[in-house]
Design a protein around this ligand. Sequence first.
Ligand code: SF4
Length: 232
Amino acid sequence: MFLKDVIDKFYLDRQKDKEQHHFYITDAGKCSRALFFKFKNVPRKEMDANILRLFDHGDHIHQLIMKPLLSVREIHVVAAEVNIPPQELISGRADAIISDGKNLYVLDIKSMNSMIFSKLIEPKEENVDQIQLYLHYFKIPKGILLYVNKDNQQLKDFMVNYDKKRVFGLLDSLSEVKKRIDNNIIPDRLSDYPSNWQCRYCQFKEICSTAGNGQIEWDDFKKKITLGQNSA
Ligand code: SF4
């Protein structure tokens, strides 16, 4: 019991007050309002320590997958854990850039449970968004999304071709969110709130419901929530 508490605290402390100053590749295609709240460091629902441990477990699975790739002849790992070239808007790190001797591919590894894995017949849209940005910044036309079933280690992979229109759409919408952050305007909710899958897992669900519909001035809303906290 004592050890469980110590380990939980380690994970919970790590997620505290993580202020965000630029976008990550994983933010691509995400709800603008949730991104705004993240940048403004709005208090969010704490994640359970066991979920945070699962993220660490995901990293471990990635290393296991890389092991054979580093040893086989058919594939050459050109670089592992490779950062996109530095620029103002966004940062990110791809799992690897690999080569089959003819072409380069960006490799992005995702792990998931059996239930989600068994239903996967095409790559998840949010993962395609992310790998598209990697392809864009590395100037590599092809990528591979490799999914791992973390319950039994089964694999599925999907080839993704660079889609310039999709990339510019994603970058435009991140620039729009950045403008809202700089101008202190809370963006509107997702059009299919609250049924969108992002709302189900959103750490800002409560504050989003308090804010209500439409775009809102951040300074006014901040006063409202500060008053609410002080009178509680
Ligand atoms: S609850 Fe939904 S609409 Fe509101 S911030 Fe979260 S993801 Fe966005």
